[in-house]
Design a protein around this ligand. Structure first.
Ligand SMILES: [Zn+2]
Length: 119
């Protein structure tokens, strides 16, 4: 490490720029997190509103909902509060494996079966 003089001054400036960039990145990540939290809160309210309709109009109970949620959670064999992750699957046309996130086969362009609740 150079000490004193011009090189030291440049290093200090670079460190300040890095710190400034890191602060900016942190602010941006915090904003994105706040937006996502807002979206999750809104989705939870909508889900709860829909659930009140199902209870009132169709007579379902909270226990039935809890059992259904646990059943979905257990599809991957683990009760961990997370849904099964979609698996890569073969194209119905060419048989090559595609990511579960794709809507079209990357090899032949065939539309792939839709997974409604894939994340
Ligand atoms: Zn294909």
């Amino acid at each position: 490490m150079p000490s004193g003089g011009f090189a030291s001054s440049i290093n200090a400036s670079l460190a300040q720029a890095d710190a400034s960039n890191a602060r900016s990145d942190a602010r941006e990540a915090k904003s994105e997190t706040e937006l996502l939290r807002h979206d999750v809160d809104r989705l939870l309210m909508i889900t709860e509103a829909l659930w009140t309709f199902l209870k009132k109009e169709h007579g379902y109970s909270d226990e039935e909902l809890a059992n259904a949620v646990n059943g979905i959670d257990l599809r991957d064999g683990r009760l961990d509060g997370r849904a099964e992750q979609p698996q890569a699957s073969p194209c119905p046309n060419c048989g090559k494996i595609n990511s579960a996130r794709r809507s079209l086969c990357i090899y032949c362009g065939q539309p792939l079966p839709v997974t409604l609740f894939a994340s």
